[in-house]
Design a binder for this molecule. Structure first.
Ligand code: FE
Length: 186
């Protein structure tokens, strides 16, 4: 299915249906459960709709990436944050795609600025940090902070990290249909 502005909701559904049941690299939730849980926490925090939708879709680049699901073992960074945000940029504004693009940078930023943050990461997230370039240095931190979307990306990142709870029952993708429809580009 080729995504267009008219069918993007169906397209997102088809990605969740086709790949959502895949394991989420070393976590005890599927990739769809992970994205829905992260969105659930964003919504619970009272985030604005663009940021809830960004959180819901932040790993969409994992749902159709060319490296498959064993990229951790291959020690390759699949740059899923770029793949996802580029695909979505035809359908959603910067308020949605930029925090998605920065969600790995936000992890590297938090590892550099908040010692407890790294300790609380899942084992899989600690492993991927290595080939994502590790914690940020001073120059990288400054550059990240100067980005208009860095705060949103840090918030998204915390919900991302929280969305790894085995067996947590939360609303499905249908729950976000109207919201996605409200924030998409027409
Ligand atoms: Fe994630």
């Amino acid at each position: 299915m080729t995504p267009t502005r008219n069918n993007v909701l169906e397209y997102i559904h088809s990605l969740f249906d086709e790949y959502g049941a895949d394991a989420y690299f070393g976590e005890e939730v599927t990739i769809a459960e992970h994205m829905l849980q992260a969105a659930h926490f964003a919504k619970k925090s009272g985030a604005e709709e663009t940021l809830i939708v960004a959180t819901l879709l932040h790993d969409v680049g994992h749902l159709n990436n060319e490296f498959g699901d064993n990229y951790i073992d291959q020690r390759v960074d699949n740059l899923h944050e770029n793949a996802g945000s580029i695909m979505l940029s035809s359908f959603f504004s910067d308020a949605i795609t930029k925090p998605i693009r920065l969600h790995v940078a936000a992890k590297k930023y938090l590892c550099a600025t908040t010692p407890a943050y790294y300790e609380n990461l899942s084992d899989a997230s600690k492993r991927t940090l290595k080939f994502q370039g590790g914690a940020m240095n001073e120059a990288e931190k400054r550059e990240f902070e100067s980005n208009k979307y860095s705060e949103a990306a840090v918030k998204l990142r915390h919900w991302d990290d929280a969305g790894k709870v085995p067996g947590l029952r939360i609303a499905g993708l249908e729950h976000y249909h109207a919201m996605i429809d409200r924030v998409r580009i027409r």
